[in-house]
Design a protein around this ligand. Structure first.
Ligand code: RP5
Length: 253
């Protein structure tokens, strides 16, 4: 079973302009060979951007302090040890993004999420369907995932987000882990990025038919989406990669 090349997991965070972000690297593409921090790039001048909503959510909210040196302890990441720059800021493990600061992400370094992939056999033979939501922020279809609250177990986050976004109560404690690591999210910056744990559950036709999904606050729509190549390609961030893992698991249990 092969996953995507590392560079494929760092495309949207390099080239996509998030609606509320300035243009990455002043609109100049970062050459592939200059993406890793280990390669010198003296003329690199990323655009500094931390959203007002992030700054307003400290100290009484979900964000870290503006001064990264006020944080204690080492930066955690599913990808391994996190390098820091001369100012003590954690460095995106996949390399340069053209934006410094935290963008709209609250935490310096990894911002941890969890993604529940819930599938069923579709009406058309051989077509699997996933309960998907349309995100309000980008309008893209996505896995109904979300941020891990402090002290929360992953299975709790998965079930809570599934309920909040898709309106369905589901026990995720027996779901199968497919992935743990970096997400190629359009919100990622040099110093703040998304990481996730993806878990999968394939439902029986009768149980799936008994569910009554409805879109929650962060979703404008919810539906059982046929996992065709076209639909996969259009998914948010690197969700297509995660869903392909689920499809491989269904084919080779
Ligand atoms: C993605 O953002 C994750 O894979 C997860 O689906 C999502 C979590 O962020 P919010 O939906 O809470 O904005 O990177």
């Amino acid at each position: 079973m092969s996953g995507p090349r590392a560079s494929q997991l760092h495309e949207k965070a390099r080239f996509l302009r998030h609606a509320s972000y300035p243009e990455r690297n002043h609109g100049v593409a970062i050459p592939d060979d200059r993406v890793p921090w280990t390669v010198a790039y003296p003329e690199y001048r990323p655009v500094s951007f931390t959203a007002p909503s992030v700054l307003e959510n400290w100290p009484n909210g979900w964000a870290d302090p503006p001064d990264v040196t006020k944080l204690t302890g080492v930066f955690q990441s599913h990808t391994g040890p996190v390098a820091v720059d001369g100012e003590g800021r954690p460095l995106n493990p996949m390399g340069r993004t053209g934006i410094s600061g935290r963008g709209v992400l609250g935490r310096w370094g990894a911002n941890f999420a969890a993604d529940p992939i819930v599938t069923r056999d579709g009406a058309r033979p051989g077509v699997v369907e996933m309960l998907a939501i349309r995100r309000r922020d980008t309008g893209e279809w996505a896995i109904p995932g979300g941020m891990v609250d402090r002290g929360e177990e992953i299975s709790e986050t998965l079930a809570r987000e599934f309920m909040e976004e898709a309106g369905v109560t589901l026990d995720m404690r027996d779901a199968h882990e497919l992935y743990r690591g970096y997400v190629d999210d359009p919100r990622n910056t040099d110093h703040a990025w998304m990481e996730t744990v993806v878990k999968h559950k394939h439902l029986s036709p009768a149980f799936a038919a008994s569910l009554a999904p409805r879109a929650g606050d962060d979703a404008s729509e919810v539906r059982w989406m046929a996992l065709t190549p076209e639909n996969l390609e259009a998914l948010y961030a690197s969700h297509a990669d995660f869903v392909r893992r689920a499809l491989r698991r269904i084919q080779n249990p």
